[in-house]
Design a protein around this ligand. Structure first.
Ligand code: BJW
Length: 262
């Protein structure tokens, strides 16, 4: 470990020592070392020619439900085949060191739960849940994929629907509202936490990108973990410029050395 990295880890650890309430805001970067491509980097294989920002919209699904369905089927297979990495594991281990740890994630991949985190706010939904594209029950109508005869090529029609709806993932696309309860919990956590760790997010997508700003305005400390700079880097009290699978286990080790709550 070079002296700079050591000093930054020590600084981040000193911000965390003795605190009660830690919030973690995670983005696609934390799952990169598990083998899941980040949202904005080039996708693999057949999907390389598509821009994810153009696929993750209600319009894209309306225009071509099969194309968007195939993309999510591909991503679900990829996600199911990989495991949490040392970054996810280090975040789960924070629960042994602090009385309250809340993971606010923009990711739909379920990796924090697999790693053992217990308080998780999924801001952008989950690739493991499915619903009708037309709110055919008047509100969100969930669909159990296990009960459907479907294939990976064609979006199946919603089995409950008389309005021509299709089954879609229960994720939040551009232009859609975030789940109200999740957003309220995240806003509350940003205002109430002692320290927010911002891990692996480009901090470009709202309203998630505002959470670190809200925390900072409320007088909380921010620690950013990201190999690249982001629009919130200048607000951070400590910055770990390394992959989260490397930086977070180092931070955990530094905290364990002295006992976090002393
Ligand atoms: C590593 C690493 C390693 C690499 N370790 N790090 C205000 C102003 C302007 C626009 C808006 C606004 N309010 C709302 C909007 C519109 C829009 C928006 O924000 N647009 C922006 C593009 C400007 N927001 C919305 O539409 C939201 N809805 C909403 O606000 O409703 C009300 C409303 C609507 C319309 C107008 C006004 C109000 C909904 C946003 C939903 C986002 N959904 C997606 C798709 C989810 C499903 C799916 O995955 O398919 O969520 S988009 C995508 O972006 C995905 C991600 O969760 C999200 C954030 O991306 P993230 O996680 O930051 O990933 P990347 O790829 O961007 O960055 C990865 C980072 O990791 C990088 O920094 C790397 O350096 C780093 N990294 N390796 C650590 N090893």
């Amino acid at each position: 470990m070079d002296d700079d990295t050591k000093a930054n880890i020590e600084k981040a650890a000193s911000l965390l020592r003795g605190v009660q309430r830690v919030a973690v805001l995670s983005g696609a970067g934390i799952s990169k070392e598990s083998g899941v491509p980040t949202f904005r980097e080039a996708q693999h294989g057949l999907w390389a020619r598509y821009d994810p920002q153009q696929l993750a919209t209600p319009d894209a699904f309306r225009r071509d439900p099969d194309l968007v369905w195939r993309w999510y089927m591909y991503r679900r297979r990829l996600i199911e085949a990989v495991a949490p990495n040392p970054g996810h594991m280090a975040i789960a281990h924070l629960e042994a060191l602090f009385p309250q740890v809340t993971v606010i994630t923009q990711n739909i991949d379920g990796m924090h739960a697999k790693a053992g985190s217990t308080t998780i706010v999924e801001l952008h939904g989950s690739i493991y849940r499915w619903k009708c594209s037309e709110l055919c029950g008047g509100e969100t109508m969930f669909v159990d994929l296990g009960t459907l005869d479907y294939n990976e090529e064609h979006a199946p029609p919603c089995p409950h629907c008389e309005e021509g709806g299709y089954v879609r993932p229960d994720v939040v696309w551009f232009g859609e509202m975030l789940p109200r309860a999740a957003l309220e919990q995240a806003l509350d956590e940003a205002a109430q936490c002692d320290v927010m760790l911002v891990v692996g997010t480009s901090a470009m997508v709202e309203p998630a990108a505002s959470l670190p700003r809200i925390a900072k305005k409320s007088g909380k400390r921010l620690i950013e973990v990201n190999p690249e700079g982001t629009p919130i880097s200048h607000l951070a009290d400590a910055v770990l410029r390394a992959p989260s699978g490397v930086a977070l286990p180092m931070l955990l080790a530094a905290l364990n050395e002295e006992g976090a709550t002393q």
